[in-house]
Design a protein around this ligand. Structure first.
Ligand code: PGA
Length: 250
């Protein structure tokens, strides 16, 4: 199974736009390949409307961009996993570099990861170096090791890892497929060391960073990369559907 995960980030800015995007996606994603799972991760306020549409069409699964690790208590501004589950959310992004830049440390990412996995939802763990210099593998070795430190091999079936080099996010020039493959193999090795061969091989590893309709092909065709996480290009229904098709047909 391949994955295409849409991270809408803080968009669209208005409800009407979110409704139009959702309706356009319903059209564009009709009849897509069964070999690709599409996950849409809108901002919290748009989860109910995207979720309602997905229940009608089942063209995509619903994901959240973040969640809090505690289930209840006085935590102003936070959103619990049971709230998300009641909105039919099945996937939660954890450790996106934009959350890390706002203060999510490796320790916080680890707590969130544990909470998502013990809630039974699938965690999409994002890792990646900020600069491509020196021994860049070291940064996400630390990120992966800390995040996985407290989870069990039995949880690996609910884990997706996304390699997202921070410097490649938000533009139109992705990392090279060769470097992505080297990062993916390195992450696979860390998973194997932590979970053993069988559990590690079941974890999908995706790439994210400047994926658009025109840049997706080499990643779609690269064995070892199990799909993509798409930021800005996921706000355009046609362009996003092109990406989903490229991944599904590879
Ligand atoms: P981008 O974002 O596709 O806009 O580069 C990817 C991401 O941040 O997940």
């Amino acid at each position: 199974m391949k994955y295409v995960i849409a991270n809408w980030k803080m968009g669209p800015l208005e409800r009407g736009e979110a409704e139009r995007l959702t309706a356009a996606l319903t059209q564009e994603l009709q009849g897509g390949s069964e070999r690709v799972t599409v996950v849409l991760c809108p901002p919290f306020p748009w989860l109910p409307l995207v979720g309602a549409e997905s229940r009608m069409t089942s063209r995509w699964r619903l994901g959240a961009q973040d969640a809090f690790w505690e289930e209840r208590g006085p935590f102003t501004g936070e959103v619990s996993l049971s709230m998300l589950r009641s909105l039919t959310v099945q996937y939660v992004i954890v450790g996106h570099s934009e959350r890390r830049a706002l203060g999510d440390t490796n320790e916080i990412v680890g707590r969130k990861l544990r909470a998502v996995l013990s809630s039974g939802m699938t965690a999409v763990l994002c890792v990646g170096e900020i600069h491509r210099e020196g021994d860049w593998h070291v940064v996400f070795r630390e990120q992966v090791a800390e995040a996985l430190g407290a989870i069990e091999a039995a949880d690996a079936g609910k884990l997706i890892v996304t390699y997202e080099p921070v410097w490649a996010i938000g533009g139109s020039i992705p990392d090279t497929p060769d470097d992505v493959l080297s990062a993916v193999l390195f992450i696979r090795k860390l998973l194997r060391e932590r979970f053993g061969e069988r559990a590690a091989s079941s974890v999908p590893i995706l790439y994210g960073g400047s994926i658009e309709g025109g840049t997706v092909a080499p990643f779609a065709n690269q064995e070892g990369i199990d799909g993509v996480l798409v930021g800005h290009a996921s706000l355009n229904a046609k362009g996003f559907a092109d990406i989903v098709r490229a991944i599904g047909e590879a």
